[in-house]
Structure formats: C-alpha cells, structure tokens
Design a protein around this ligand. Structure first.
Ligand code: NAP
Ligand code: MG
Length: 409
C-alpha cells in the first residue's frame, strides 16, 4: 500500500529521557513506514529549552494554535536537582503548564483497556475519564518563604480607579513559614465546564464534579456555581435526553464513591486534584503507562500525550546499556490520537483507519500475552504471557500492523 499522505503539518513536540528514546522508536517502526507528513518539529529537550530561554515551548504552543492538532512527548519539569544535572540557567517553568496556559482548555485522561488486565478496583467495569482543569491554581502560583515574624495579607487592587481595593489578613507569623497565592478566572472555569459537559455528552457518560466548597467557601464555591450555571443553561435537556446525569459531590465523598463505583463516568477535577487522582486511577487500571492524556481547548485545539513522565529511572538504565522494558502504549496512543484527530479534521479517512489499526495492533499484542515488565505482574496469568523489552514490544506491534495493512491490499 502507498503511504498515507497528510496535507496539514503535524505539530510534533519532542521531549526528554526514556520517553524521547521511545518516541523515536515509535516514529521509525510504526509511523514513518506508513504515513507521510510534514512535521512542525519543536525540540523541548531540557537543554534546548535552556538554550532558547524556553521560547521553544511558547513556539510549540502557538503552532498548535495555528494547525489545531499536536502530539507531545513527556518533558522534564526542572527542579534544583535537574538544574545541576543539566547545568541549566534556571528552574524553567513546567512546559505542560506553559502550553496549557497558552491553549487554555481541559486535560482528559483515559485508561487504555485491554481484556487481560483487570483493574485493581474489582468493581470497575468501565473506564473512568478524568477531566483536569489545566489552568491556574498552584500551577501558576506566587509563593513566599517567610523568614521571620510578620503579617501576611491578600489584596486585590482594581485596574480602574473607581474600583474598591480589597485586603484581608491571612495570618500573623510568629516565626518563619510559607505563603502561597493562587488564582483562577471565571472565563477559564467556564470553558473548563463547557469542555467537560461536552466531552461527557459525546462519550455518553455521567459527569461528576467535585471541589471542597465547604472549606473553600469563595474559591472552590465559584467553581461549583459556574458548573451549576453551565448545566442549567446549556446541558440539562441534552443530558436528560441522553439519559446521563450531572452529579456534584464534595471531593472526599466523591473519592470514596469512585472506589465503590462501576466506573464509566467522567470525573471533572480542579488542576491539582486532577493531577493526583489521575495518577492513582491510572495505577489502579494496571499501569500509569496505560493512561492517555488529551488537552482539549474550547477553541478546538488538541494536544495528545501520555500521562506518564520521562521515566527517568529507566533512562539511566538505558544509558547503562541495561535492558529496558518501558511500556510505550500511552505514547503510541498519543500518536494515534493525534493522527486520528488530524484525519477527522482533514476528512482523511485513510489516516483515521490507520490510527485505528495502530491502536488495535497495540492492544492485540498485549492481549496475545506479549507485554512489558510493568504489565506482566498485573495481567491475568496465562502460559502465553511473555515479557519483552521496549524494542521487542514495538516490533511485535509492527508485525501485527503490517499484517493488517497488507490485508487491505
Ligand atoms: P514517570 O516518568 O511518570 O515515572 C515514574 C515511574 O512510573 C517510573 O519509574 C516507572 O516505575 C513507572 N512508569 C512511568 N511510565 C512508565 C512506562 N511508560 N513504562 C513502565 N513504567 C513506567 O515519573 P518520574 O520518573 O517521577 O518523573 C520523571 C520526569 O518526568 C520528571 O522530571 C517530571 O518532571 C517529568 N514528568 C513529565 C510529565 C509530562 O511531560 N507529561 C508528566 C509527569 C512527569 P518503575 O521505576 O517502578 O518501573
Ligand atoms: Mg501527575
């Protein structure tokens, strides 16, 4: 079969460590042999972000705005240790944070379900999608390390002269401590709510939303109010006709209910709650490496990635020439998700079909018992089960994919 032609460039955002190694393997073995596309390539390797003073991250986000669809590899979010490790000029901001604030929108995390891996939570029969608000809160905070006794205040000064300045005392410090200021905007919360209702409706799933508005009576309560308004004004009838529900519950209550549920809901969460809960839920579905992540902006921009990070420990083993059995599934699904969306937008049905075949081949490989180290201990026992390294696993997928493609001819 001839290679599939993609007319719009794919925004490709490369990253760090083991994820970067796998990224290259996937392209070489699973994508390039079948798909021909122009890449708008942005190298977010930590050294390149450092060299460009992080401009490359901003350029990458703007390219997604221009072309609509991008795929991103995991990147290091630097801390003090990384500054030393890579001799960086400074502790650069989280690239995902930067991209999210440029694109706004919501991150949806969905597990990849395979028949032979049962979730650790035995009652879960269906996937739980996590909708994480990807804007503001602690990810764009202002923090102060308080050195000595003193007073901490929170204040707001309106830009227009007529407005009233507001100020509240946070606390009187008797000694050293810490302060953090966080914010969000009605506009971002509303677009978050819109994306969540829309995605739940499209997936035919109940929408759950939870905050802690009994404690945070202004901040968290505003989230709840906006969700309620959005539901009443735009979704009530649609949800009724689709026989799905909107359900609000306090975050701690919701966490307990989720564990006892059958799954099959979209759980919308604030930025930090979504960060934590999505990792927990991914682990309960078998492996963090089986969780995909999609950033959907209200303006129709999409960025696909794996939910996991750069898999640092495995990378050091790889550098030592030790066997690495890192699971490439979520990175493969980031690519397939991106190509599928590109195909949908461009009405390129061969590209959509290719992305489906890629996903099926990857799932078939695991269901036939061939898997990476992280899955071997969580998969149902079977004499066919065999543990392979990353390259071996990708090769097995390639064999299945090639067969599927040949059978089309
Ligand atoms: P991580 O890359 O998610 O890996 C944590 C652990 O999870 C690994 O050591 C491994 O466990 C397991 N794991 C994750 N992905 C796996 C895969 N594909 N296959 C098999 N096992 C997998 O988190 P991290 O090592 O704590 O963070 C490394 C870097 O990633 C950090 O610099 C962080 O800033 C960055 N990060 C980036 C993103 C992003 O760009 N989206 C997200 C999170 C973190 P075992 O060691 O037990 O095998
Ligand atoms: Mg996380």
């Amino acid at each position: 079969m001839e290679k599939i032609q993609v007319k719009t460039p794919i925004v490709e955002i490369d990253g760090d460590e083991m994820a970067r190694v796998i990224w290259k393997m996937i392209k070489a073995r699973l994508i390039f042999p079948h798909v021909d596309f122009a890449s708008q390539y942005f190298d977010l390797h930590i050294k390149n972000r450092d060299r460009t003073d992080d401009q490359v991250t901003i350029d990458a986000a703007n390219a997604i705005k221009r072309y609509g669809v991008g795929v991103k590899c995991a990147t290091i979010t630097p801390d003090k240790e990384r500054v030393e490790e890579y001799s960086l000029k400074k502790i650069w901001a989280s690239p995902n944070g930067t991209i999210r604030s440029i694109l706004d929108g919501t991150v949806f995390r969905k597990p990849i379900i395979v028949r032979n891996i049962k979730p650790l939570v035995v009652s879960w029969e269906k996937p739980i999608i996590i909708g994480r608000h990807a804007y503001g809160d602690v990810y764009s905070n202002a923090e102060i390390r308080v050195p000595s006794p003193g007073k901490a205040v929170i204040s707001f000064s309106p830009s227009n002269n007529g407005g009233k300045k507001e100020e509240k005392t946070i606390t009187h410090f008797a000694g050293p401590g810490i302060i953090q200021g966080i914010y969000n905007t009605d506009r971002s919360i509303r677009s978050f709510a819109k994306s969540c209702f829309r995605h739940a409706f499209e997936q035919g799933m109940d929408l759950w939303f939870s905050v802690k508005d009994t404690i945070s009576k202004t901040y968290d309560y505003r989230f709840r109010e906006i969700f309620d308004e959005e539901y009443r004004e735009n979704w009530f009838t649609k949800f009724q006709s689709a026989n799905i529900k909107y359900f609000f519950s306090l975050i701690d209550d919701a966490a307990a209910r989720i564990i006892r549920s059958k799954g099959g809901m979209l759980w919308a969460l604030k930025n930090y709650d979504g960060d934590v809960m999505s990792d927990m839920i991914a682990a309960a579905y078998g492996s963090i490496a089986m969780m995909t992540s999609t950033l959907v902006s209200p303006n129709g921009y999409f960025e696909y990635e794996a939910a996991h990070g750069t898999v640092r420990k495995h990378y050091y083993r790889y550098l030592n020439k030790e066997e690495t059995s890192t699971n490439p599934m979520a990175i493969i699904f980031a690519w397939s998700g991106c190509l599928q969306k590109r195909g949908e937008i461009d009405k390129n049905s061969s590209l959509v079909r290719f992305s489906n075949m890629l996903e099926e081949s990857a799932i078939d490989t695991i269901e036939s018992g061939i898997m990476t180290a992280d899955l071997i201990n969580v998969a149902e026992e079977n004499t066919n089960n065999v543990r392979v390294d990353t390259k071996g696993f990708i090769d097995e997928i390639a064999v299945r994919l090639n067969k599927k493609i040949e059978s089309l001819n």
